[in-house]
Design a protein around this ligand. Structure first.
Ligand SMILES: [Fe+2]
Ligand SMILES: [Fe+2]
Length: 147
């Protein structure tokens, strides 16, 4: 499987997760519940973003530079991490919920940009063999995290 297909498939799961969180977050009654939902989201987002940082930034660096996105791609992952950290530290349910819903909006924009710009660019620039090799690396990384 090509790395772009693997990441795209992960995105589909995230879109469902985001829909669910947006639907259920307003009904959560305690800060602890909201933090538990966020922790789940954080654990899956973390491995997804790390894969993109590890496998994509290197081979595509010169392309990101050409389209003026070299810093942005990594920066958006950092911004997502920072918002997650703010939710972890939040002491008020309302504040934490606002941050979580804002995080989902940012994630959707980030994922959309990857689907429209980054993945097609990777398919144009990298040959099929490289895309498949990166896909195998992705599979090994995912197997490593399975208990
Ligand atoms: Fe990403
Ligand atoms: Fe992504």
């Amino acid at each position: 499987m090509k790395i772009t297909e693997a990441l795209q498939a992960e995105h589909l799961v995230f879109h469902n997760l985001f829909d669910h969180v947006e639907k259920t977050a307003p009904g959560l009654k305690t800060l602890a519940e909201l933090k538990a939902v966020t922790a789940l989201l954080e654990s899956v987002l973390e491995s997804h973003s790390r894969t993109e940082d590890d496998l994509f930034i290197g081979p595509l660096e010169h392309c990101f530079e050409q389209i003026g996105q070299r810093e942005t791609f990594h920066q958006e992952h950092e911004d997502i991490d920072q918002t997650l950290a703010l939710i972890r530290k939040a002491t008020q349910l309302r504040k934490a919920r606002d941050l979580l819903l804002a995080l989902i909006v940012s994630c959707r924009q980030h994922f959309d940009k990857e689907e429209r710009i980054v993945f097609p660019m990777a398919e144009r620039v990298l040959n099929d063999k490289t895309l498949a090799e990166l896909g195998r690396t992705w599979l090994h990384q995912r197997k490593d995290v399975v208990p």
